[in-house]
Design a binder for this molecule. Structure first.
Ligand code: AMP
Ligand code: ZN
Length: 117
């Protein structure tokens, strides 16, 4: 069923506490933790606790939860005192998505070029 935990999903395991992560924020519906391979001084992933394969599936099936994720990206930026930051949802393997549980990358703390590579 949409949103149910998946046994083979790394981020569902982080939500369940079965895989350790450096959690920076948690709400009833979301978790935010530091990326294991940071690309900027702040590189935090914000995920819904429920499993959706990507941001589009999340937004289509659970728009209020998608809004929770987006709201948390601002909270992460506030905690790290970022005036400017970038939110990225890699969607599809051609765009670099490697974990098939929707997640927002929050990147900041250094100059960010536009357009990205
Ligand atoms: P994406 O490539 O957009 O699917 O993003 C997946 C992100 O998850 C990458 O930036 C990885 O560095 C990160 N990642 C993978 N495993 C872990 C982990 N155990 N804890 C934290 N971040 C992770
Ligand atoms: Zn999952």
């Amino acid at each position: 069923m949409a949103g149910e935990p998946q046994d083979d999903c790394l981020f569902c395991k982080i939500v369940a506490g079965q895989v350790p992560a450096t959690v920076v924020r948690e709400t009833d519906t979301t978790v935010a933790f530091r990326d294991i391979n940071p690309q900027a001084p702040t590189h935090v992933l914000v995920i819904p606790k429920a499993h959706y394969k990507d941001a589009a599936a999340l937004a289509a099936a659970a728009p209020e939860l998608a809004a929770d994720v987006l709201r948390e990206t601002q909270a992460v930026a506030d905690e790290d005192k970022l005036d400017s930051y970038r939110i990225v949802f890699n969607t599809g393997s051609g765009a670099g998505q490697t974990v098939w549980h929707a997640h927002a990358h929050v990147l900041g703390g250094r100059g960010l070029e536009w357009p990205p590579g």
